[in-house]
Design a protein around this ligand. Structure first.
Ligand SMILES: *Cc1c(COP(=O)(O)O)cnc(C)c1O
Length: 459
């Protein structure tokens, strides 16, 4: 056996061991950054070690600082576990080591990503001719889509951004909802669209943009080139903007419409939940993640643009040494060299099929409803949102108690939920985003809360 084979076997053994610990290991890490730096740090050794020993050492040293994200009871933020097929496919992606930007150089992985993109458009009910750029996540997708949007709305005013640059260009206004994700502001900042260029439209108590507020925001922008950024899936409540009302309004004002559907866009895959995304297909660009709801490994998101020419106008690659064959993946996103991160999406969709994707999303919704019902039965707990999708937000009467409960559940280790603020109150939020969460996991989590709530109230 050669060194590479021994290293891969060591990795397989370590991976299997880690997966076996998931049902019982504390969900939150037992070691913090300081402790971990001690475990893995020190000066760089003068001499090397055999690869398989390195892999075993790595797995052993990392263990106490690992968080059980791929497990069944990680409900923090909105992140998502990893299904078996994309996990294994991701190993192949590293093994193949394809620099997946060029259809001439890497036809196998480019084809797999192209088909994965077509399947995604079909599942989400988006135009089959849209371009799908595979990026690291929704943050970069928001950046890619807003970059395409900015260039397009300027082009409509006769301003060629690629040639003339931003200096002296008409002012681009970005209309956003009060409960947009922070990555929208950050993407705008990367693009030279400042906070003063944002027009914020008010939202209702679930965080959905109000049509009347959008109407006023559009009026405030007057004649400026416009981009309207809507949302499918608010990170606290899971709420969806009412696209059937908002999209035509924005369109009538001549705006480019972008929808951030990092995890919410997936409601479209389920006949039972698709009403939430009604009208989503009317936009010009869409952001979604595969590493959240679809449960592929990090890092994987998609930047979807209705007219591929709009993303190509910004991202087309030059260089006489590059091999061209019409449209290549590197013409759609900011990256040049990259891993074939869309291949695990192909594997996930191939393993689930259309019915399996719908079932995955519906199970997440059912788990959220079961958690909500159980939490309502615990004295002192107030549910803070309408559980239409995968998010459950709740609090205790007192903000300090709510925060103490959040700390206690992480310390106790049964489940991970994370804290936030909503309407000026401390809240805890739970996101159902793991394929492996069973009814028994919801029960265990509720039992832990039932034990901890009386201990933290008034503590
Ligand atoms: C998670 C999330 C993002 C950021 O996504 P990353 O994958 O972390 O880059 C953006 N928008 C929404 C609505 C999200 O839920």
């Amino acid at each position: 056996m050669d060194e590479r084979e021994r290293a891969l076997q060591a990795a397989h053994a370590a991976a299997s061991e880690f997966l076996a610990t998931l049902p019982e290991r504390p969900v939150w890490p037992r070691a913090g950054l300081e402790g971990m730096l001690q475990r893995v740090g020190g000066p760089l050794p003068e001499q090397g070690r055999p690869a398989d020993e390195v892999v075993r050492e790595l797995a052993e040293r990392a263990d106490p600082g690992l968080v059980a994200i791929p497990g069944a009871r990680f409900f923090g933020f909105v992140i998502g576990a990893t299904l078996p097929a994309p996990l294994a496919a991701d190993w192949l992606v590293s093994t193949w080591d394809q620099n997946s930007g060029s259809s001439t150089l890497t036809p196998a992985t480019v084809a797999l990503e192209q088909v994965a993109g077509e399947w995604i458009l079909d599942l989400l009910g988006l135009p089959a001719t849209a371009s799908v750029g595979f990026v690291t996540g929704a943050q970069v997708s928001n950046f890619v889509c807003l970059a395409a949007a900015r260039a397009a709305v300027l082009r409509r005013r006769g301003w060629d951004l690629g040639r003339q640059g931003l200096h002296g260009a008409p002012r681009v206004r970005l209309v956003v909802g009060a409960h947009r994700h922070g990555s929208v502001d950050r993407a705008a900042r990367f693009l030279g669209i400042g906070q003063d260029d944002l027009v914020v439209a008010a939202a209702d108590e679930e965080g959905r943009m109000l049509p009347a507020a959008l109407g006023r925001a559009l009026e405030d922008c007057g004649d400026d080139p416009l981009v309207v950024c809507l949302q499918a899936g608010e990170v606290h409540t899971g709420a969806f903007d009412p696209f059937t009302e908002l999209v035509p309004l924005a369109r009538a004002a001549g705006a480019w419409v972008h929808i951030d559907g990092a995890f919410g866009a997936w409601a479209a895959t389920s006949p039972a939940l698709a009403h939430l995304t009604a009208g989503m297909d009317g936009a010009d660009s869409w952001t979604t993640d595969a590493h959240k709801t679809l449960n592929v490994p990090y890092d994987c998101g998609m930047a979807i643009v209705r007219d591929p020419a709009d993303s190509i106008a910004v991202f087309r690659t030059g260089g006489d040494y590059l091999m061209y064959s019409g449209l290549d993946p590197w013409d759609l996103t900011p990256e040049l060299s990259r891993r074939a991160r869309g291949v695990p999406v192909w594997a996930a969709l191939r393993s689930l099929g259309r019915a399996g994707v719908a079932d995955l999303v519906e199970r997440m919704h059912r788990n959220a409803l079961a958690l909500e019902r159980g939490l309502r039965d615990i004295p002192g707990v107030t549910i803070m949102n309408q559980v239409d999708y995968t998010q459950v937000m709740f609090r205790l009467e007192d903000d300090a108690d709510t925060r103490a409960l959040g700390a206690a559940i992480l310390e106790e280790g049964t489940a991970a939920v994370t804290g936030a603020e909503w309407a000026g109150r401390a809240v805890l939020r739970c996101a159902m985003s793991s394929w492996s969460t069973q009814e028994s996991d919801i029960r265990r989590t509720l039992e832990a809360f039932a034990r901890l709530v009386p201990l933290t109230r008034g503590s």
